[in-house]
Design a protein around this ligand. Structure first.
Ligand code: ADP
Ligand code: MG
Length: 608
């Protein structure tokens, strides 16, 4: 039999390797930026066109390459960073496998211009699909400029797999931020389609954070610092007030490299245990430095996972550092979170007599009839209070339901809240307990409603259904807002959705806008923060490619902002209204984020 094994040509082998190293424009960006850093550059420019599809260019003022290095760097396993296996255990560079440039050159049209300080002329190499097309002397600035054009031009499957530009650009931006945060002493800029998105001067970490994320981050962070033999760490952690539902701004670095480390991430999040709700996440920017020999280096360099030998010790040190920062600086929070001992309830109005129990039901009602009138006169809750059937307390939490609010047909609760033709303001005595819960007596037991969560649910459904009369309130004093360039770009995409919700933002040029109307007075205070938060949620939903949930995410953020907060005293009418509105919701039992809104204590449980 004839031999059947042959060695793959380099161009094919490189393309296969490229599949691992470069899966989207952002991963090429990461490799090129890291090479520039390894080259000792202190000024690095990143230029992209069409979210990196057409062009990714990185210009650095690093050490440059000699004529022959400029050619050899595109060979597989061409690296100047390790010479022997032992070097692997003392790595201080970002790359070391000599694979990135070979991979990129196999799937794109690349032009490399480079010059070393000791030579007057530089060299320009053109390479396409692993094939060197030309090399010539050229005059060029000191350092290296590499242009990667038409990424995946010869891998249509990959090219077709790319997401739309705003998503790919989002990934590039995220990569850029991670690298820029880890190297505050280097000047970076990012231009997209000719527009500057970031221009970062060298500085300290705090300055870098505010340049990347906006000036208002100054007030949102506490500094942390700890030094010991195992680890030295420094950075910033977010104040509890600014915790968010998305894990957006969480950055952990070890020895100048961004890492994902759920275990150490948990060390930080756990420090907030009593300060923020379980479904919210603090921002953090934490730099760890450990002896490289105490890190597992046997990892794929494009992956962000690492292993520490002293993992549990580092966990404990990190946690105590964060707790110290929170404890030292957040006395006001502690006061707020002290359990309130005062019992505060609003008595029933004078002369109030509870109504005699009566059973209402609509014999024509069909729960599978998809069209439901939710306007006044078709309240479903009322009967709930009068019913003789013991309340089904198992209805209390069905987190899977919480996103289904926008699917207008969800008959599951109708059997529990049969229609009745009574008015919402029919008398029902409500008590407010600790300015947080609304308590009412039902024949089936004791109803306890969490006022804030209930109101969030009510607003969320109204916002999702667009049936809220969008009562945009014209502002007497319009509010100026300004955004990071990259955020302003996202805001432009978001504007139509915001308009539907009652925000009227007019562009003032540059990245400045003026708000002339908002949907609710609650949006007026700190409007900038609300908009920043909505943009961040929006960008996070872009990265998760969750197209369909974008609108819901927006409604959730808005509902959270506009809802009556725990701690607000409510009048009898307000309480009745909340309870009535809640039971008109499609998913009355859970808040938009899946928490219980209500509980019913059946009589036998009241005094066990
Ligand atoms: P690695 O970074 O793993 O060594 P790469 O394929 O990314 O592999 O780069 C190959 C080599 O090319 C590097 O080791 C370095 O010597 C050289 N090189 C790449 N980019 C630059 C740059 N911007 N400036 C100077 N040298 C560079
Ligand atoms: Mg490299």
């Amino acid at each position: 039999m004839s031999d059947i094994i042959n060695i793959l040509p380099d161009s094919v082998a490189n393309q296969i390797a490229a599949g691992e190293v470069v899966d989207r424009p952002a991963s090429a960006v990461k490799e090129l930026l890291e090479n520039a850093i390894d080259a000792g550059a202190h000024n690095i420019q990143l230029i992209v066109k069409d979210a990196g599809r057409t062009l990714i260019q990185v210009v650095d003022n690093g050490c440059g390459m000699s004529d022959s290095d400029a050619r050899i760097c595109f060979e597989r396993h061409a690296t100047s960073k390790i010479h022997q296996a032992g070097d692997l255990f003392d790595l201080h560079t970002m790359g070391f496998r000599g694979e990135a440039l070979a991979s990129i050159a196999s799937i794109a049209q690349v032009e490399l211009r480079t010059r070393k300080p000791d030579s007057e002329l530089g060299t320009v190499v053109v390479i396409e699909g692993s094939h060197i097309e030309s090399q010539q002397p050229c005059s060029t600035a000191l350092g290296t400029s590499i242009s990667v054009k038409n990424l995946f031009y010869n891998v249509p499957a990959r090219r077709n797999f790319l997401k739309r530009d705003s998503i790919e650009l989002g990934h590039i931006e995220e990569t850029f931020k991670r690298i820029a945060l880890a190297h505050c002493d280097i000047a970076f800029s990012l231009h997209s389609n000719g527009r500057p998105l970031y221009e970062l001067q060298p500085g300290n970490l705090a300055q870098r954070i505010t340049h990347l994320f906006g000036n208002n981050y100054k007030e949102r962070l506490y500094a942390i610092e700890e030094q010991c033999d195992i680890v030295s760490l420094h950075g910033y952690v977010g104040k509890a007030d600014y915790a968010r539902r998305t894990r957006g701004d969480q950055y952990l670095f070890v020895n100048g490299r961004y890492i994902k480390h759920p275990y150490l991430g948990a060390a930080i999040e756990k420090s907030y245990a009593d300060l923020i709700p379980a479904d919210q996440h603090p921002a953090y920017f934490v730099m760890l430095n450990v002896d490289p020999s105490r890190l597992d280096v046997n990892i794929h360099p494009t992956k962000t996972e690492v292993r520490f030998i002293d993992e549990s010790a580092i966990f404990a040190i990190l946690r105590s550092a964060v707790k110290k920062a929170l404890g030292q600086f957040s006395l006001d929070n502690q006061i707020e979170f002290n359990p309130c001992t005062e019992i505060d309830f609003t008595p029933a109005p004078k002369g109030y007599t509870p109504p005699a129990p009566k059973v209402h039901y609509d014999p024509t009602y069909n729960p599978f009839n998809s069209h439901r009138d939710t306007s006044a006169g078709s309240q479903k809750w009322e009967n709930f209070f009068d019913t003789d059937t013991p309340a089904d307390t198992s209805l209390a939490t069905t987190p899977a339901d919480f996103d289904s609010a926008s699917n207008s047909e969800a008959p599951q609760h109708d059997t529990l809240f049969p229609m009745a033709d009574t008015k919402a303001d029919d008398q029902m005595a409500c008590l407010q307990v600790q300015r947080r819960w609304i308590v009412a007596s039902l024949s089936s037991g004791l109803l306890i409603v969490d006022q804030q969560r209930a109101h969030e649910r009510i607003l969320f459904e109204r916002l999702c259904a667009h049936n809220a009369p969008v009562n945009a309130q014209q502002l007497i004093f319009p509010i100026n807002c300004s955004f990071q360039s990259a955020d302003a770009e996202a805001l432009n995409e978001l504007l139509p959705m915001l308009r539907e919700q009652g925000f009227d933002l007019q562009p003032l040029g540059g990245n400045n806008y003026v708000a002339v109307a908002v949907p609710d007075a609650a949006c007026e205070d700190n409007l900038q923060q609300l908009l920043d938060e909505m943009i961040a949620d929006f960008k996070a939903s872009l990265l998760q490619s969750a197209d369909n949930s974008r609108q819901q995410a927006l409604c959730r953020t808005l509902a959270r902002r506009m809802a009556i907060k725990a701690g607000t005293a409510l009048s009898q009418e307000e309480m009745q209204q909340i309870v009535a509105d809640l039971f008109r919701c499609q998913v009355p039992t859970t808040s938009p984020s899946g928490k219980k809104t209500l509980t019913i204590l059946p009589p036998e449980k009241i005094m066990e």
